[in-house]
Ligand binder design. Structure first.
Ligand code: MRU
Length: 346
């Protein structure tokens, strides 16, 4: 596999180093997160973002709490860190999945010193497994893409949203690595512009052809016959296959169905929430009105206008053609195919 030209997160000398994604594409700056409060802030303010990367970051946040704890306080500080980090963002289930994994380490009967080592090890493992999962997703998903395919994507479900390779863009990367020509259309993804700032940036770094479009152009692009499939990531998938992903995903799925274009979701098993039976039960984050009223530091709306800014929407399972996971490509009915991979080992 081709070496990635950047990294999203790394654990070094008992510190977390992350790429500050708020500054891309103009500045490529790495920042240090030295305490749990900084980790919480980095997730909440989207210094790091994307469901899998949020999970990995939170896991390292717990490891950091363990490393920083004074003697006799490792277990209690770690528990407090887990609870605190759970409040950073509500929708991406990978956050809760990773925190639960870290919490399970506390059940080990060992010295505090060994516990700290185990917690750091677990966080490293979560990071490593994320990249491996994405490469599996990529290989399974690449089978769905034919040479010359034009893929429409939304938000950023790429290497930047993960510990590496990406989910939706991982599928594109794997197809390209296998010799297929793929052209990506990236929705700009208002209001935070993950498509314009991040997807365009990382694909261009990799030399994968990409065309940026305003969100409002997606349906017209489909109508023109210029989209062979849509591939998006997910923040949480319910047990029935309903998919929470970046706001605007639902609109794409509806348009794709109208124009008879396959609509694929690419996500690791850690994005499936077996405790949630359908999309209605998924908590949807609402973010600051400022994200809608400003672009960077430029005001684009009257100061006092009312704003509704949900960060995610839910696409009903019936609009999803297939879910590409690290355990294979799941077909409808999703209640059954999702249940089938629940306890599988890879
Ligand atoms: O608000 P964000 O940028 O964290 O939202 C990210 C998305 O919606 C992604 O599509 C999703 O997390 C999948 S990332 C592999």
């Amino acid at each position: 596999m081709k070496e990635q030209a950047f990294f999203t997160i790394s654990w070094k000398d008992e510190k977390i180093i992350v790429l500050d994604q708020r500054l891309l594409p103009t500045e490529e700056k790495y920042v240090e997160l030295g305490c749990v409060e900084e980790v919480h802030r980095a997730i909440r303010n989207m210094v790091v973002r994307g469901a899998p990367l949020i999970g990995v970051t939170a896991a390292y946040g717990v490891a950091l709490a363990a490393v920083k704890a004074s003697r006799g306080r490792v277990r209690s500080d770690v528990k407090a860190a887990v609870e605190f980090l759970k409040t950073s963002r509500p929708t991406a289930v990978n956050l809760f999945w990773a925190l639960e994994r870290m919490e399970r380490v506390l059940q080990k009967d060992c010295t505090e010193e060994d516990l700290v080592k185990c917690l750091v090890e677990e966080a490293r493992l979560i990071e490593k497994e994320d990249v491996e999962s994405n490469q599996c997703i990529g290989e399974f998903g690449a089978e769905l893409l034919k040479d010359g395919f034009r893929v429409l994507t939304h938000c950023n479900a790429g290497a930047l949203a993960t510990a590496g390779w990406g989910t939706a863009l991982g599928v594109v990367r794997s197809a390209v690595a296998s010799g297929k020509r793929v052209h990506v259309y990236a929705d700009e993804t208002r209001p935070v512009l993950q498509g314009a700032r991040l997807t365009a940036w990382e694909l261009m770094k990799d030399g994968i052809p990409v065309t940026l479009i305003p969100d409002n152009a997606a349906a017209f692009l489909m109508e023109k016959g210029r989209v062979d499939c849509v591939i998006v990531g997910a923040d949480r998938i319910a047990a029935n296959g309903d998919v929470a992903n970046k706001i605007g995903t639902l609109k794409l799925a509806i348009a794709a169905r109208y124009y008879d274009i396959p609509f694929y979701v690419a996500a690791p098993r850690s994005t499936i929430d077996y405790e949630v039976s359908c999309g209605e039960e998924i908590p949807i984050e609402e973010r600051s009105p400022d994200e809608v009223k400003n672009i960077a530091t430029c005001k684009i709306a009257p100061c006092d206008v009312g704003v509704w800014n949900p960060a995610f929407d839910v696409t009903p399972a019936e609009l999803v053609t297939a879910i590409v996971t690290d355990y294979g490509v799941l077909a409808p009915p999703f209640e059954k195919s999702i249940e089938r991979i629940r306890y599988l080992e890879r």
